[in-house]
Design a protein around this ligand. Structure first.
Ligand code: PRP
Length: 220
């Protein structure tokens, strides 16, 4: 009987795109996994030794880095924020495309010139990435760490600007914000715990390869 294999996947938008990819790789979770009302966190799959856990995006990286899960699917935003040395990210899965951007209220943007910034106060869940981005151009970034709903921060004076994920741009628009600059393009990656990859190479290397093949395969 093979050892249990746990794959961590993020709640939210990546998941919808990740499920067809997992199916192509040969992993199909039990029905409860797609039930939005289910409070279960670990799910069996069609493969008896493989289960999926559904956790927050930042926690996918934590579970895999600590070896509590062997594999995970996570946005490259998370990997840029936390440079986990325990993680190997061998495959860009080509799903979950979005970007990390700096945004500010439309009224400020109308008279703002990013070239003149020397200090910015930014609400973000990416303080490390944000500081690096601004430091690279000689701007000091003071970060207010939030875990979500960043878009409300400038309206309430918590920060002048935000650094956050932008996909359709709808959340920014509905909160009176405009994008000023792109920090990084984002897509979902397959991540693997490095120690598990060495210890269980015979099992994990072909599985990683299947992800790679299915990611590259033309879509029907
Ligand atoms: C993300 C992000 C933005 C929004 C952008 O939040 O933090 O708020 O999506 O998407 P849009 O450009 O298509 O409007 P998400 O819905 O993933 O929830 P979160 O606040 O928990 O991060």
């Amino acid at each position: 009987m093979p050892q249990p294999l746990i794959i961590a996947v993020p709640k939210g938008r990546i998941l919808k795109e990740a499920l067809p990819l997992l199916a192509r790789v040969g992993i199909e979770p039990e029905a409860a996994f797609s039930d939005e009302d289910s409070r279960a966190l670990r799910f069996a799959t069609n493969q008896p030794h493989v289960s999926l856990i559904r956790v927050r995006a930042f926690d996918v990286a934590t579970f895999v880095a600590h070896g509590a899960a062997q594999l995970g699917i996570v946005g490259s935003d998370v990997l840029m924020e936390f440079a986990y040395s325990e993680l190997y990210a061998p495959v860009d899965l080509g799903i979950g495309h979005c970007r990390i951007s700096v945004a500010e209220p439309a009224a400020l943007a109308a008279r703002d010139d990013p070239r003149g910034w020397s200090h910015v106060r930014v609400a973000t869940k990416y303080p490390s990435l944000t500081r690096r981005h601004f430091e690279a151009r000689g701007v000091q970034a003071e970060c207010v760490k939030l875990n979500g709903a960043m878009e409300i921060a400038p309206l309430l004076g918590l920060a002048d600007r935000i650094v956050d994920l932008v996909s359709s741009g709808r959340t920014l628009a509905e909160n009176g914000l405009v994008e000023i600059e792109t920090v990084a393009e984002v897509s979902a990656r397959l991540i693997v715990n490095r120690a598990a990859f060495k210890l269980r190479a015979a099992e994990l290397a072909p599985l990683v390869e299947r992800f790679r093949e299915q990611t590259a395969a033309p879509r029907a």
